[in-house]
Design a protein around this ligand. Structure first.
Ligand code: ZN
Length: 190
């Protein structure tokens, strides 16, 4: 990647550290690939979200989609799936010594935010922000006031809105195909 990257490249990117162009470029590559794979997985019945965990050297550790409806388990969001799979693979309940990075096609929901915090994941990169996920799909993502800053306090780096337009299109395609939207009721809905 060229060193004379313009400021424009960072526009719209959410981050709780000084934006690092190499991290953004790597995350764009990984999340865009996840979004493309996700379109095929959704055809097989997965939910419209996928996540992957990479190690500090940039090697893939695990990659999985949301399997809530496939597994009949409300906990099986993509982020929870990859955390469980990585812990199993590495035989540990604490991933912190491995300095792992989690990439997700959408912003983590309330449950996954907690799951990431307890897992020892050190860096989180997401695509579509919660406001867009809720607007496009109607899913309820929960309440997460100031979570990006809360993660910073705990030494967890967060970057968001990576390949946002691509991710929003994947979600629109999912909705257009009439796939399942599962969620609890919320009072503020019209
Ligand atoms: Zn979730």
């Amino acid at each position: 990647m060229a060193d004379n990257i313009s400021r424009e490249t960072f526009s719209g990117i959410v981050s709780n550290e000084t934006p690092d162009k190499n991290k953004i470029a790597e995350a764009s590559r990984i999340i865009a690939a996840l979004q493309h794979e996700l379109e095929e997985l959704a055809e097989l019945g997965s939910g419209p979200f996928a996540a992957a965990i990479y190690d500090a050297e940039g090697n893939l550790v695990v990659k999985m989609p949301n399997t809530v409806t496939l597994d009949n388990c409300s906990h099986n969001h993509a982020e929870m799936n990859v955390i469980k799979a990585a812990e199993e693979k590495l035989s540990t309940y604490d991933l912190s010594p491995f300095h792992l990075k989690l990439y997700s096609t959408s912003e983590p929901c309330l449950m996954c935010m907690g799951g990431i915090m307890w897992s020892g994941i050190k860096e989180v990169y997401y695509g579509v922000p919660t406001e867009s996920v809720e607007e496009i799909t109607g899913f309820d993502e929960g309440y997460k006031p100031g979570w990006v800053e809360e993660f910073k306090k705990r030494g967890i780096v967060v970057y968001g809105n990576i390949e946002r337009e691509l991710g929003e299109q994947v979600l629109r395609n999912y909705v257009a195909k009439g796939k399942i939207i599962y969620k609890p009721a919320r009072q503020d809905e019209q």
